[in-house]
Design a protein around this ligand. Structure first.
Ligand SMILES: *Cc1c(COP(=O)(O)O)cnc(C)c1O
Length: 374
């Protein structure tokens, strides 16, 4: 049996009529950039997020970058995040000219550890950027408290956790802005690049809206800005898919529960932790080998058996070539949990369109490996 890692072609087959209809609507309208489909999708996404504003942009990295720029973050400033995330979280900081300051992640959730943040705050600190890693919310209540105490901004990098929630908060509720990526690997993905910024702050809305479109608020009048727009054809695809995201994520949660129940008692790897009362939407289902030296062997065993396992992220940001790229980054360490994550993580196939047979086959192979390696 072959078990793929991604299910987006299966998803397209299921939703073909709705997606194709929206694509056709855009093509026939003749309006492809900043047109009515984008407006419609932004309104739908703001309503879905329960925020006042949603601004479509070109990708998830630009979404973070533009949100930071709207808050006035620039050279000489510092933004606090962690290193066991996708590289783009830090890229967006660097693109403003600011310095990325890394603290350790929580050993259980793998999101930023709030208890490590205050030690990293300096007079230059402007923002905290928690990542809702693998589909689970960071501890936003604790982060908000620290931000309020030190008068810092908070931007949620929500590329991986659309439709997730904390035990007592929504994404976008406790931050200045939250950002999402719509690349196909994410839970809500288009057939290309896309991203969005959500906020309740009218000034952030105004500035991001302006900057994404050549600094223009009125035709032919320009100030500071770029080209970072979400094309209408992507808005149409995403509008069709948005209606199904919650059900899809519920299915991910069911597969995750099936994995977790079956893996009860395994000794060679640990299971993803779920914050009680929260809604983890399992962008990824990540296990970690107890012995990091065996991670690659587990990956190989699964791949040899037709199961497409991956690793997120085997090279942490501070381990990438050339780090720290001048003085653009600083670690307030030690960061053993982030470093451990890089050497021990294995992501199992996880998407709504998996079949029960595929999930059970993956379970069977993982249990086989556990027996031989416990
Ligand atoms: C995917 C991702 C991004 C960047 O999204 P792009 O659309 O590829 O620019 C940023 N942060 C995290 C955590 C991501 O997973």
């Amino acid at each position: 049996m072959k078990v793929p890692f991604y299910g987006h072609v299966r998803q397209y087959t299921n939703l073909k009529s709705e997606i194709d209809a929206n694509i056709k609507t855009v093509i026939e309208s003749g309006e492809y950039v900043m047109g009515p489909m984008l407006k419609k999708f932004e309104a739908e996404f703001a309503q879905f997020s329960q925020t006042k504003f949603a601004i479509g942009v070109a990708n998830g990295t630009d979404a973070i970058w533009l949100a930071l720029l709207a808050l006035g973050v620039g050279p000489g400033d510092e933004c606090i995040t962690h290193t066991n995330t996708f590289f783009a979280t830090a890229e967006a900081i660097w693109f403003t000219g600011a310095t990325a300051v890394f603290v350790d992640c929580d050993p259980k959730t793998r999101c930023i550890d709030p208890s490590k943040i205050e030690a990293a705050i300096t007079p230059k600190t402007k923002a905290i950027i928690p990542v809702h890693l693998y589909g689970q919310c960071a501890d936003m209540r604790a982060i908000r408290k620290i931000a309020d105490k030190h008068k810092l901004f908070v931007i949620e990098d929500n590329a991986q956790a659309i439709d997730a929630a904390g035990p007592d908060f929504r994404i976008g509720e406790l931050s200045d802005a939250a950002t999402t990526s719509f690349i196909i690997q994410k839970n809500l993905g288009t057939f290309g690049d896309g991203g969005i910024v959500i906020t309740n702050n009218p000034e952030i809305d105004r500035l991001v809206r302006k900057m994404r479109n050549h600094g223009s608020e009125k035709r032919s009048q320009h100030s500071f800005g770029f080209n970072s727009r979400l094309d209408d054809i992507h808005a149409g695809i995403l509008s069709a898919k948005l209606k199904h995201i919650h059900v899809g994520n519920d299915q991910r949660r069911k597969w995750a529960a099936r994995y977790t129940a079956a893996f009860k008692g395994v000794k060679s790897f640990t299971l993803p932790y779920e914050v009680p009362g929260g809604r983890h939407i399992f962008h990824l289902y990540v296990v970690e080998t107890v012995n990091p030296a065996k991670r690659d062997a587990l990956m190989k065993f699964l791949i040899d058996n037709g199961i497409d396992a991956k690793s997120h992220y085997p090279i942490a940001i501070h381990q990438q070539e050339g780090y720290p790229w001048g003085k653009q980054a600083r670690i307030v360490g030690p960061i053993p949990n982030s470093e451990r994550n890089a050497v021990s993580c294995v992501s199992l196939p996880m998407f709504p369109e998996l079949t029960e047979a595929e999930v059970d086959y993956t379970i069977q192979k993982c249990l086989e490996w556990d027996k031989a390696n416990a």
